[in-house]
Design a protein. Structure first.
Length: 236
């Protein structure tokens, strides 16, 4: 994650008062540290829960070293797994009470199988009105293999390797989940907001309607008193 990208997340977090952030794909922890620093800047409660494979600790520096150096370890919960973050997400769904997040940054897996299933699981852990960011919309296995000069996984067909699989998640699953405020940016991000529940929308509607009627009645009473007072002066 770059500084300009972190500024976008900072704006979303600050404007929507987000506190419980989820990250799928820790790597060395740069993005994790950015998000933790955003929460620290606000001084209120807030935590970043980040998921990655156990192998990420073999990197230098690793996420533990990065967040400790920056003094942000109290803001971060690191969840490491052997194969896929879909397994610990299952455990979260089984937990009682079930954890609830108001933001998720997807930057791991990058395949229809893993990112697609992860989105369906994460959606159940997100509060109504929560925000998501899908990174690397146009990433392909084909291009990644060309850059690395090695085969990533022999089990994928040529067709699968050439398809932008994260974009398929964005255009099919996120769209059909009726997410709102969907937009893309120059960093290859897909940004969207989970819709509010119908009950919450109706509650807000009737609450607003009640407040409006109350203010209108107050205004009418005030206007009526003023007119009566003015009439008395004229009739004297």
């Amino acid at each position: 994650m770059k500084n300009k990208q972190a500024k976008i997340i900072r704006e979303i977090v600050r404007q929507n008062n987000l506190r419980n952030l989820l990250e799928l794909g820790t790597y060395q922890g740069k993005g994790t540290a950015y998000m933790a620093a955003i929460l620290e800047e606000r001084r209120g409660p807030g935590t970043v829960t980040t998921f990655d494979r156990e192998k990420c600790l073999e990197l230098s520096p690793n996420v533990n070293e990065v967040i400790t150096t920056m003094g942000l370890e109290h803001r971060v919960k690191i969840n490491l797994h052997h194969r896929s973050f879909t397994f610990p997400l299952m455990k979260m769904l089984e937990a009682n009470p079930r954890p609830q997040f108001d933001f998720c940054y997807f930057d791991g897996g990058h395949t229809w199988d893993e990112t697609g299933f992860a989105f369906l699981l994460v959606d159940k852990l997100l509060k109504p009105g929560a925000w998501i960011i899908l990174d690397d919309l146009d990433w392909t296995i084909w291009e990644s293999e060309k850059k690395r000069g090695k085969i990533i996984n022999r089990s994928y067909s040529d067709e699968e390797k050439k398809i932008k699989q994260v974009r398929k998640v964005w255009e099919i699953l996120v769209k059909e989940a009726d997410y709102i405020n969907m937009r893309e940016n120059e960093f290859g991000w897909g940004i969207a907001q989970k819709p509010y529940s119908k009950n919450m929308v109706m509650h807000n509607f009737y609450n607003t309607k009640y407040r409006f009627r109350k203010r209108l009645a107050k205004y009418k009473n005030k206007t009526s008193r003023a007119l009566k007072k003015k009439a008395k002066k004229i009739l004297r």
